[in-house]
Design a protein. Structure first.
Length: 498
């Protein structure tokens, strides 16, 4: 079969058309290489790589979430650091209060005017503590006045006198029920002495007294201290009890008369002023006869017992009547009332919301949400329910230092407040270091890896693209020259016309 060569036609230059088509492709390829090199992206539109674009956009969304998590974590650290710095100032103020209370107990070397001056300084320090509590803020949000505390409903204050909630995982659109169950009653330390035998006591009508001629000197020790008492023979047990109890703020030991049916006294009972294993009573006769019944620590000593408490079915750490629990879903301290902590019973309340919430995860869900409660640290909230609160140390308060009888209680209140601030500062520090900062480090590593993955998919590989650009430039140049040659081919037809 005879095949005509394209060069024998003029109207249609097939070779030129082929060259034009190839040149168009090469120019498009060159344009793509230039676009990728100038934009820095391998994928500039969906047509470049549909699957790659989808993967890249998904990774970009994840990157935005991780970047937001880093920003949120950084701000959370700033909030906690602000609160912690203020707590440090309050701690310094409390140490000043403690020094003034201790100084005032040295009444033998201080005049009334000096004690009053100490009281005025304490008043000023208490005002400063309240000012710090009410003025510490971050971005307009008060941090230490209770605004960031958890909200509670159903609390029975006759059973749970005070609740401090530092952390709670509250279900979405719901509340968290908390049940506090007393499984073992708290006890005071307790010693007793009955008339008759070797007790040194004898009946005198309806009263009981030290036996005639039995003058005794007693050493009474408790958690707060030791005191020596001397009683003459014939002293009634009611007088002995009143004298020992009048020094209870110094020793932590009180005494009461044991009475029989009909109201006649039969002996004495010594008990600690508080509950728990830290409380103890020791009564020892230095001279004379005073036969105390044996306690659980020997002939002359007895210790108290902590309450046994379950909180939402888990064993709490209890000291006396103060129960603490710290789990992944609940972190609280509960002060039990005496009636509640000394009976086997339970109490339920609900945590309905509140707290300082920080979204530190890349996804908006409960896994990425951290929450911590920051209770009020005003003077009306620092202290404890057994001794009282810090505001009572002010002028006119129940434990003002101008009354020397208040000094032991005032010192105990200040110490409790110092421990409370230290505990809160420690919890905030632990929250920052163990939760926020560790999460921040993890998120930063994740961001680095995701950005690397997204870059691999979307970004231009300049080594590859420069090589492709060189190739495309050469092809465009060569096809341009070939097109010129192809355009000259029809001129060969003129040789047929000669």
């Amino acid at each position: 079969m005879f095949r005509e060569e394209p060069m024998s036609r003029i109207n249609t230059n097939v070779s030129a058309l082929q060259a034009i088509s190839q040149l168009t492709q090469n120019q498009a390829d060159l344009s793509t290489r230039l676009e990728r090199l100038s934009s820095g992206f391998r994928i500039n539109r969906g047509a470049d790589d549909p699957a790659g674009l989808i993967a890249s956009e998904s990774l970009r969304s994840e990157i935005r979430g991780l970047q937001a998590a880093i920003d949120n974590s950084t701000r959370a650290i700033n909030v906690i650091s602000t609160a912690d710095a203020a707590l440090g100032e309050v701690s310094k103020l409390l140490l000043e209060v403690k020094a003034l209370v201790n100084s005032s107990t040295n009444s033998g070397a201080l005049s009334d005017d000096e004690v009053q001056a100490n009281q005025l300084q304490i008043d000023s320090l208490l005002e400063s503590i309240n000012r710090v509590a009410n003025s510490t803020q971050f971005n307009g949000k008060k941090l230490l006045n209770g605004e960031l505390a958890y909200t509670i409903s159903g609390q029975n204050s006759d059973q749970l006198q005070r609740l401090q909630i530092f952390g709670a995982r509250i279900p979405s659109n719901a509340s968290l029920p908390v049940t506090v169950q007393v499984t073992q009653s708290a006890q005071t330390a307790l010693l007793s002495i009955d008339q008759g035998g070797a007790s040194g006591l004898s009946a005198a009508g309806t009263d009981t007294t030290l036996a005639s001629g039995n003058s005794v000197t007693l050493e009474v020790r408790g958690r707060l201290g030791t005191n020596i008492f001397t009683f003459d023979g014939g002293t009634t047990v009611s007088a002995i009890a009143a004298t020992i109890t009048s020094f209870s703020t110094l020793t932590g030991v009180s005494a009461s008369v044991v009475t029989a049916t009909g109201g006649s006294s039969t002996g004495l009972q010594f008990s600690s002023t508080g509950y728990g294993s830290d409380e103890f009573v020791s009564v020892r006769a230095i001279t004379g006869t005073f036969g105390v019944n044996p306690g659980d620590q020997g002939d002359n000593e007895d210790r108290g017992r902590d309450a046994g408490v379950l909180i939402n079915g888990q064993s709490a750490n209890v000291k006396g009547l103060i129960a603490r629990i710290r789990t992944s879903g609940l972190d609280l301290v509960a002060d039990l009332s005496t009636d509640f902590g000394t009976t086997l019973s339970s109490s339920t309340f609900r945590i309905t919301g509140g707290g300082a919430n920080f979204q530190i995860g890349p996804q908006v869900n409960s896994d990425g949400l951290l929450s911590i409660g920051i209770p009020s640290i005003t003077t009306s909230n620092l202290g404890d329910s057994s001794n009282g609160f810090l505001n009572s140390l002010g002028s006119g308060g129940d434990t003002r230092i101008t009354d020397s009888n208040n000094h032991p209680t005032a010192a105990a209140i200040v110490q409790s407040a110092i421990e409370q601030i230290a505990t809160l500062s420690g919890r905030l520090g632990g929250f920052q270091a163990n939760q926020v900062e560790t999460n921040l480090n993890s998120v930063r590593v994740a961001l680095e890896n995701v950005q690397a993955s997204e870059s691999t998919i979307r970004d231009t590989d300049y080594a590859v693209e420069v090589a492709n650009l060189t190739r495309a430039q050469i092809l465009v140049q060569s096809t341009t020259q070939i097109l010129g040659l192809a355009n000259q081919l029809p001129q060969n037809v003129l040789s047929l016309l000669r």
